[in-house]
Design a protein around this ligand. Sequence first.
Ligand SMILES: [Zn+2]
Length: 302
Amino acid sequence: MKERTLVQPCSFEGKGLHTGKVARMTISPAAEGSGIRFLRSDLGPDAFVDALAVNVSNTARSTTLTQNGVNVITVEHILSALTGLGIDNALISLDNEEIPILDGSAKPYCEAIVKGGIATQNAERKYIELSREIVYEDAVKGIKVTVTPTEKEPSYAIHVDFGSQVVGIQDASWTPSLDYAKEIAPCRTFVFFHEIEYLYKNNLIKGGDIDNAIVIVEHPVPRERVEALCQGLSIPVPAYTGVGYLDNMALRFENECARHKMLDLLGDLRLCGGFLKAEVKAVKTGHFVNSQVARMILENKK
Ligand SMILES: [Zn+2]
Protein backbone atom coordinates (compact mmCIF):
# COMPACT_ATOMS: atom_id res chain seq x y z
CA MET A 1 0.00 0.00 0.00
CA LYS A 2 1.37 3.40 -1.04
CA GLU A 3 0.95 6.58 1.02
CA ARG A 4 -1.88 8.89 0.00
CA THR A 5 -2.75 12.56 0.21
CA LEU A 6 -5.35 14.94 -1.24
CA VAL A 7 -5.21 16.02 -4.89
CA GLN A 8 -6.17 19.60 -4.02
CA PRO A 9 -7.01 21.66 -0.93
CA CYS A 10 -10.57 21.71 0.34
CA SER A 11 -12.07 24.28 2.71
CA PHE A 12 -14.82 24.38 5.32
CA GLU A 13 -16.26 27.09 7.48
CA GLY A 14 -18.42 26.78 10.55
CA LYS A 15 -18.86 26.99 14.30
CA GLY A 16 -17.05 24.88 16.84
CA LEU A 17 -19.40 22.76 18.97
CA HIS A 18 -17.89 23.75 22.31
CA THR A 19 -16.58 27.28 21.79
CA GLY A 20 -19.12 28.51 19.21
CA LYS A 21 -16.23 30.26 17.47
CA VAL A 22 -16.39 30.34 13.66
CA ALA A 23 -13.32 28.91 11.95
CA ARG A 24 -12.27 28.55 8.36
CA MET A 25 -10.38 25.29 7.85
CA THR A 26 -8.41 24.19 4.79
CA ILE A 27 -7.08 20.66 4.35
CA SER A 28 -4.13 20.61 1.94
CA PRO A 29 -1.98 17.94 0.33
CA ALA A 30 1.26 17.20 2.22
CA ALA A 31 4.55 15.50 1.41
CA GLU A 32 5.23 11.80 1.87
CA GLY A 33 6.15 10.88 5.41
CA SER A 34 4.81 14.13 6.88
CA GLY A 35 1.69 12.62 8.53
CA ILE A 36 -1.11 14.86 9.75
CA ARG A 37 -0.37 18.29 11.18
CA PHE A 38 -2.56 21.20 12.18
CA LEU A 39 -1.53 24.82 11.64
CA ARG A 40 -3.18 27.68 13.52
CA SER A 41 -2.76 30.18 10.68
CA ASP A 42 -4.17 32.98 12.87
CA LEU A 43 -1.19 32.61 15.21
CA GLY A 44 1.55 32.71 12.55
CA PRO A 45 3.27 30.52 9.97
CA ASP A 46 4.92 28.24 12.55
CA ALA A 47 1.98 27.55 14.88
CA PHE A 48 1.95 23.82 14.12
CA VAL A 49 0.31 21.13 16.22
CA ASP A 50 1.21 17.55 15.38
CA ALA A 51 -1.62 15.04 15.48
CA LEU A 52 0.01 12.91 18.17
CA ALA A 53 -1.31 11.57 21.48
CA VAL A 54 1.54 13.24 23.41
CA ASN A 55 -0.15 16.56 22.54
CA VAL A 56 -3.57 15.66 24.01
CA SER A 57 -4.39 18.29 26.63
CA ASN A 58 -8.13 17.88 27.23
CA THR A 59 -10.66 15.09 26.61
CA ALA A 60 -13.79 16.59 28.16
CA ARG A 61 -16.51 15.96 25.53
CA SER A 62 -13.99 16.19 22.64
CA THR A 63 -10.26 15.84 22.07
CA THR A 64 -8.01 18.92 22.29
CA LEU A 65 -4.38 19.04 21.21
CA THR A 66 -1.86 21.56 22.54
CA GLN A 67 1.72 22.03 21.34
CA ASN A 68 3.92 24.96 22.41
CA GLY A 69 0.85 26.66 23.89
CA VAL A 70 -1.12 26.38 20.61
CA ASN A 71 -4.56 24.69 20.89
CA VAL A 72 -6.72 22.85 18.39
CA ILE A 73 -10.07 21.74 19.82
CA THR A 74 -12.32 18.85 18.62
CA VAL A 75 -9.82 17.14 16.30
CA GLU A 76 -11.39 13.68 16.32
CA HIS A 77 -13.91 13.89 13.46
CA ILE A 78 -11.54 15.27 10.84
CA LEU A 79 -8.82 12.80 11.92
CA SER A 80 -11.39 10.02 11.60
CA ALA A 81 -12.34 11.12 8.08
CA LEU A 82 -8.69 11.17 6.97
CA THR A 83 -8.12 7.73 8.52
CA GLY A 84 -11.29 6.22 7.06
CA LEU A 85 -10.38 7.53 3.60
CA GLY A 86 -6.86 6.10 3.93
CA ILE A 87 -5.04 9.44 3.81
CA ASP A 88 -1.51 9.40 5.24
CA ASN A 89 -0.42 12.99 4.79
CA ALA A 90 -2.35 16.26 5.15
CA LEU A 91 -1.94 19.76 6.53
CA ILE A 92 -5.04 21.11 8.27
CA SER A 93 -4.86 24.87 8.64
CA LEU A 94 -7.34 26.66 10.81
CA ASP A 95 -7.88 30.35 11.59
CA ASN A 96 -9.39 29.83 15.06
CA GLU A 97 -9.09 27.31 17.87
CA GLU A 98 -11.89 24.82 17.17
CA ILE A 99 -12.57 22.63 14.11
CA PRO A 100 -16.01 23.41 12.55
CA ILE A 101 -18.48 20.77 13.77
CA LEU A 102 -20.68 21.10 10.62
CA ASP A 103 -23.45 18.47 10.93
CA GLY A 104 -21.78 16.62 13.84
CA SER A 105 -20.57 13.77 11.61
CA ALA A 106 -17.60 13.30 9.26
CA LYS A 107 -19.80 13.27 6.13
CA PRO A 108 -19.14 16.85 4.93
CA TYR A 109 -15.36 16.37 5.29
CA CYS A 110 -15.45 13.04 3.44
CA GLU A 111 -17.61 14.31 0.61
CA ALA A 112 -15.34 17.31 -0.03
CA ILE A 113 -12.13 15.25 0.13
CA VAL A 114 -13.50 12.53 -2.18
CA LYS A 115 -14.81 15.17 -4.60
CA GLY A 116 -11.41 16.89 -4.72
CA GLY A 117 -9.68 13.56 -5.29
CA ILE A 118 -7.19 11.38 -3.41
CA ALA A 119 -3.65 11.07 -4.78
CA THR A 120 -1.38 8.05 -4.43
CA GLN A 121 2.19 9.00 -3.50
CA ASN A 122 5.41 7.09 -4.20
CA ALA A 123 6.41 6.05 -0.69
CA GLU A 124 5.28 2.72 0.72
CA ARG A 125 3.03 3.19 3.78
CA LYS A 126 4.74 2.23 7.04
CA TYR A 127 2.06 0.79 9.29
CA ILE A 128 2.26 1.26 13.06
CA GLU A 129 3.19 -2.18 14.35
CA LEU A 130 3.18 -3.09 18.02
CA SER A 131 5.80 -4.97 19.97
CA ARG A 132 3.09 -6.43 22.24
CA GLU A 133 -0.64 -6.51 22.87
CA ILE A 134 -1.96 -3.39 24.62
CA VAL A 135 -4.75 -3.63 27.17
CA TYR A 136 -6.42 -0.66 28.87
CA GLU A 137 -8.93 -1.66 31.53
CA ASP A 138 -11.06 0.14 34.08
CA ALA A 139 -12.94 -2.67 35.79
CA VAL A 140 -15.04 -0.33 37.95
CA LYS A 141 -16.45 1.48 34.91
CA GLY A 142 -16.55 -1.66 32.74
CA ILE A 143 -14.18 -0.09 30.20
CA LYS A 144 -11.77 -2.28 28.25
CA VAL A 145 -9.75 -1.69 25.11
CA THR A 146 -7.41 -4.28 23.61
CA VAL A 147 -5.11 -3.63 20.67
CA THR A 148 -3.67 -6.88 19.35
CA PRO A 149 -0.98 -7.01 16.64
CA THR A 150 -2.22 -8.80 13.51
CA GLU A 151 -0.83 -9.90 10.18
CA LYS A 152 -4.36 -9.81 8.77
CA GLU A 153 -6.39 -6.76 7.75
CA PRO A 154 -6.70 -4.27 10.64
CA SER A 155 -10.12 -4.39 12.33
CA TYR A 156 -12.09 -2.39 14.87
CA ALA A 157 -15.03 -3.44 17.05
CA ILE A 158 -16.85 -1.29 19.57
CA HIS A 159 -19.50 -2.03 22.18
CA VAL A 160 -21.52 0.73 23.83
CA ASP A 161 -23.77 0.64 26.85
CA PHE A 162 -24.74 3.95 28.49
CA GLY A 163 -27.35 2.29 30.68
CA SER A 164 -29.88 4.05 28.42
CA GLN A 165 -33.28 2.54 27.68
CA VAL A 166 -33.45 4.63 24.50
CA VAL A 167 -30.04 3.78 23.01
CA GLY A 168 -29.90 0.26 24.44
CA ILE A 169 -26.77 -1.84 23.98
CA GLN A 170 -25.17 -1.33 20.57
CA ASP A 171 -22.21 -2.68 18.60
CA ALA A 172 -20.38 -1.46 15.53
CA SER A 173 -17.37 -2.67 13.59
CA TRP A 174 -15.17 -1.46 10.78
CA THR A 175 -12.27 -2.65 8.64
CA PRO A 176 -10.49 -0.70 5.87
CA SER A 177 -12.24 -2.84 3.23
CA LEU A 178 -15.63 -1.43 4.34
CA ASP A 179 -16.75 1.88 2.82
CA TYR A 180 -16.05 4.38 5.62
CA ALA A 181 -17.72 7.26 3.73
CA LYS A 182 -20.97 5.31 3.59
CA GLU A 183 -20.95 3.25 6.80
CA ILE A 184 -19.27 5.45 9.44
CA ALA A 185 -18.83 9.04 8.23
CA PRO A 186 -22.56 9.98 8.23
CA CYS A 187 -23.03 9.07 11.92
CA ARG A 188 -23.58 12.13 14.07
CA THR A 189 -22.56 12.96 17.56
CA PHE A 190 -25.27 12.51 20.17
CA VAL A 191 -26.14 14.01 23.50
CA PHE A 192 -28.66 13.35 26.24
CA PHE A 193 -31.24 16.09 26.83
CA HIS A 194 -30.37 16.34 30.53
CA GLU A 195 -26.73 16.88 29.54
CA ILE A 196 -27.57 19.69 27.10
CA GLU A 197 -29.66 21.38 29.76
CA TYR A 198 -26.73 21.16 32.16
CA LEU A 199 -24.21 22.33 29.53
CA TYR A 200 -26.46 25.19 28.49
CA LYS A 201 -27.00 26.35 32.06
CA ASN A 202 -23.23 26.24 32.63
CA ASN A 203 -22.45 28.06 29.38
CA LEU A 204 -20.57 25.06 27.92
CA ILE A 205 -22.44 24.47 24.67
CA LYS A 206 -22.22 27.75 22.81
CA GLY A 207 -21.99 26.35 19.30
CA GLY A 208 -24.17 23.34 19.81
CA ASP A 209 -27.44 23.88 18.15
CA ILE A 210 -29.44 20.72 17.90
CA ASP A 211 -28.84 20.55 14.13
CA ASN A 212 -25.49 18.91 14.74
CA ALA A 213 -26.34 16.32 17.36
CA ILE A 214 -28.83 13.54 17.94
CA VAL A 215 -30.68 14.44 21.12
CA ILE A 216 -31.83 11.62 23.39
CA VAL A 217 -34.52 12.15 26.01
CA GLU A 218 -33.89 9.47 28.61
CA HIS A 219 -36.14 10.73 31.40
CA PRO A 220 -39.54 12.34 30.81
CA VAL A 221 -39.25 16.14 30.84
CA PRO A 222 -42.07 18.68 30.85
CA ARG A 223 -42.52 20.15 27.37
CA GLU A 224 -42.01 23.65 28.81
CA ARG A 225 -38.44 22.73 29.73
CA VAL A 226 -37.69 21.59 26.19
CA GLU A 227 -39.29 24.77 24.84
CA ALA A 228 -37.24 26.94 27.20
CA LEU A 229 -34.01 25.26 26.15
CA CYS A 230 -34.83 25.49 22.45
CA GLN A 231 -35.63 29.19 22.82
CA GLY A 232 -32.35 29.70 24.67
CA LEU A 233 -30.45 27.99 21.84
CA SER A 234 -32.53 29.82 19.17
CA ILE A 235 -33.72 26.63 17.51
CA PRO A 236 -37.19 25.36 16.58
CA VAL A 237 -39.03 23.29 19.19
CA PRO A 238 -39.39 19.66 18.00
CA ALA A 239 -42.94 18.35 17.63
CA TYR A 240 -42.20 15.28 19.76
CA THR A 241 -40.45 15.89 23.05
CA GLY A 242 -41.17 12.67 24.96
CA VAL A 243 -38.77 9.86 25.90
CA GLY A 244 -36.75 8.67 22.89
CA TYR A 245 -34.93 10.52 20.14
CA LEU A 246 -36.12 14.13 19.76
CA ASP A 247 -37.75 14.13 16.36
CA ASN A 248 -35.70 16.97 14.96
CA MET A 249 -34.15 14.46 12.58
CA ALA A 250 -34.35 10.85 11.50
CA LEU A 251 -31.63 8.43 12.57
CA ARG A 252 -29.26 7.58 9.73
CA PHE A 253 -28.66 4.06 11.13
CA GLU A 254 -30.44 2.13 13.84
CA ASN A 255 -27.08 1.90 15.70
CA GLU A 256 -25.95 5.42 14.77
CA CYS A 257 -24.66 6.05 18.32
CA ALA A 258 -22.30 3.05 18.23
CA ARG A 259 -21.18 3.96 14.72
CA HIS A 260 -20.41 7.50 15.91
CA LYS A 261 -18.36 6.05 18.77
CA MET A 262 -16.48 4.08 16.09
CA LEU A 263 -15.95 7.35 14.19
CA ASP A 264 -14.50 8.91 17.36
CA LEU A 265 -12.33 5.85 18.08
CA LEU A 266 -10.79 5.92 14.60
CA GLY A 267 -10.07 9.64 14.95
CA ASP A 268 -8.61 9.45 18.45
CA LEU A 269 -6.47 6.39 17.67
CA ARG A 270 -5.03 8.21 14.63
CA LEU A 271 -3.10 10.12 17.30
CA CYS A 272 -0.74 7.13 17.35
CA GLY A 273 0.73 8.79 14.23
CA GLY A 274 -0.38 6.49 11.42
CA PHE A 275 -2.32 3.44 10.35
CA LEU A 276 -2.42 0.64 12.88
CA LYS A 277 -1.71 -2.97 11.94
CA ALA A 278 -3.85 -4.38 14.73
CA GLU A 279 -7.16 -5.77 15.85
CA VAL A 280 -8.88 -3.26 18.16
CA LYS A 281 -11.69 -4.21 20.52
CA ALA A 282 -13.21 -1.40 22.59
CA VAL A 283 -15.90 -1.59 25.28
CA LYS A 284 -17.51 1.60 26.67
CA THR A 285 -14.65 3.79 25.56
CA GLY A 286 -14.49 7.58 25.16
CA HIS A 287 -12.03 10.34 24.28
CA PHE A 288 -9.97 10.03 27.48
CA VAL A 289 -9.48 6.27 27.17
CA ASN A 290 -8.95 6.44 23.39
CA SER A 291 -6.19 9.00 23.79
CA GLN A 292 -4.57 6.97 26.59
CA VAL A 293 -4.57 3.94 24.28
CA ALA A 294 -3.10 6.02 21.42
CA ARG A 295 -0.34 7.08 23.81
CA MET A 296 0.32 3.45 24.81
CA ILE A 297 0.55 2.55 21.12
CA LEU A 298 3.10 5.34 20.58
CA GLU A 299 5.13 4.00 23.51
CA ASN A 300 5.00 0.38 22.32
CA LYS A 301 5.41 0.63 18.58
CA LYS A 302 8.19 -1.31 16.92
ZN1 LIG B 1 -17.62 12.53 18.07
